[in-house]
Design a protein around this ligand. Structure first.
Ligand code: EPU
Length: 446
């Protein structure tokens, strides 16, 4: 298995280009199934997760080509299969989103069980309930979900939580349903809005109303489109923190302020430097000590859960006690133990600390963290447990004293494009050691 060796201490300096967002493009590629016409996506990140999604679509009859490094042309003249092969079991969250488009194309669909990062139970009950309300009959079998519907029809869906995936599922399933669908308590993350933009370009009629209400008026026909996928705001935030903590100065072209305002506010409060221009955002260390703070994750426009891990490492270097309350996933602090071995002082609590009470109150999950800083980190051999924790370990290794060995890098490669190359470009002392060829469908991305 491949691993990274990183020698800490080098300030990250220079210029990189932000990649397209994994959590947008994978859903947008699924949207292409709703038409037999050609769809062209630009700014597509070359990463394992994009490739797995393309492979899945190919297994259903989609034909695709890479027009250049980051542009994909995809077309599905006919659905040639109604089952996503079991080989894709446990790989990622995409199959559940295929159900609606497959039902529109073929009236039946079977998908394998989902995978995804181990950051909590990650049920799909909202998805199944929504599809059922739209008129699908969905059965859960031992290794797969099987759905049937002669047609989907508009309905009212009240999501118990503003789930990103469930909102996207309803958007994909209802754009061509008969009649109007209303989603209450919908997710409005930028990646969800980008999917709506894609569907609108294809001919869908979707409005985002006040109070997390999305209204979809079903249409009979969708067409091909050309679309430039939005930038990955998680990658940008992670490199921003890497630049600041290493005492560096990095310009990230393509970084979009509009989708990162909550992060930028917190970064400014913590004392991290940034400057926005029309091409991107420059992140730099101001030379002053970092300030501790209380912070909680939330659905958009709150502080996103995928920024939590890099921000925790920032807090280990702030001058005092910080509190971090995770309210989206119940088990998203699993990565902290390895950081403690490197010298971080972090304690986890089951209580809701630092802000409002969340839905995990009295549920016995370690979902709050108290972080004492600043603590120098020392190099260690660590194993990545999930995608976002993986980047955080890279940052930790970049500021640690000595050479760290980081295992499990397949997780990172699945969700970040050219990650090692970007670190190298910025001057990090990073080396990939490859001990055996990787198997193709192995890792569990987000
Ligand atoms: N939930 C349910 N039932 C459902 C669906 C969700 O209880 O049917 C719960 C989840 O267990 C979780 C919460 O609702 O506690 C939020 O889940 P959501 O559905 O919003 O998340 P997701 O769609 O599975 C996407 C991203 C995640 C990101 C979250 C939140 C993808 C592929 N994944 O997950 O990204 O953290 O939204 O923004 O888009 C990552 O990229 O590393 C990652 C984990």
């Amino acid at each position: 298995m491949a691993y990274y060796e990183i020698e800490g201490g080098a300030p990250l300096r220079g210029h990189i280009r932000a990649s397209g967002a994994k959590n947008a493009i994978t859903k947008e590629l699924v949207a292409s199934l709703l038409t037999s016409e050609e769809c062209v996506f630009e700014n597509v990140p070359r990463m394992g997760e994009t490739q797995v999604t393309l492979d899945m679509l190919e297994s259903l009859g989609s034909q695709y080509t890479w027009e250049d490094e980051n542009t994909v042309r995809i077309q599905t003249p006919q659905l040639t299969a109604t089952e996503v092969p079991l080989a894709f079991s446990g790989i990622n969250r995409v199959p559940i989103l295929l159900l609606g488009p497959m039902l529109h194309r073929a009236g039946e669909a079977a998908i394998p069980m989902l995978g995804g990062c181990n950051i909590g139970p990650r049920p799909v009950d909202f998805h199944i309930e929504a599809l059922t309300r739209l008129g699908a009959e969905v059965q859960t079998e031992e290794a797969r979900f099987v759905a049937r519907a002669s047609e989907l029809h508009g309905t009212v869906i009240d999501l118990p939580f503003p789930s990103v995936g469930a909102t996207e599922n309803v958007l994909l399933s209802s754009s061509m349903a008969k009649g109007t669908t209303v989603i209450h308590n919908a997710a409005i993350e930028p990646e969800v809005i980008d999917l709506i933009v894609v569907l609108q370009k294809m001919g869908a009629i979707i409005s985002v109303d006040v109070d997390r209400t999305i209204i979809i008026e079903g249409v009979d026909h969708l067409t091909g489109l050309r679309h430039r996928t939005l930038t990955d705001r998680i990658e940008v935030a992670s490199f921003a923190i890497a630049a600041i903590l290493t005492g560096g100065d990095v310009f990230i072209s393509g970084a979009q302020q509009i989708n990162m305002m909550t992060f930028l506010n917190k970064l400014r409060q913590a004392g991290g430097g940034f400057e926005v221009n029309h091409e991107g955002i420059r992140f730099y260390n101001t030379g002053k000590s970092l300030q501790p703070m209380a912070l909680e994750t939330d659905v958009h426009p709150g502080f996103m859960t995928d920024w939590q891990q890099p921000f925790l490492i920032l807090m280990t270097q702030a001058d005092g006690l910080s509190v971090l309350h995770e309210t989206v996933y119940e088990k998203r602090f699993g990565y902290v133990n390895e950081l403690k071995r490197m010298g971080a002082q972090v304690e986890l609590y089951r209580q809701c600390l630092g802000g409002k009470t969340c839905r995990f109150v009295h549920r016995n999950f370690y979902h709050s963290a108290v972080i004492k800083g600043p603590t120098p980190l020392k190099a260690a051999d660590i194993t990545i447990p999930d995608l976002r924790a993986g980047f955080t370990y890279l940052i930790a290794a970049c500021i640690a004293d000595g050479v760290s060995k980081i295992d499990g890098i397949r997780y990172i490669k699945r969700g970040y494009a050219q990650i090692r190359e970007k670190f190298e470009e910025l001057g990090a002392q990073i080396r990939e050691v490859d001990t055996a060829p990787e198997t193709e469908l192995e890792a569990l991305p987000a």
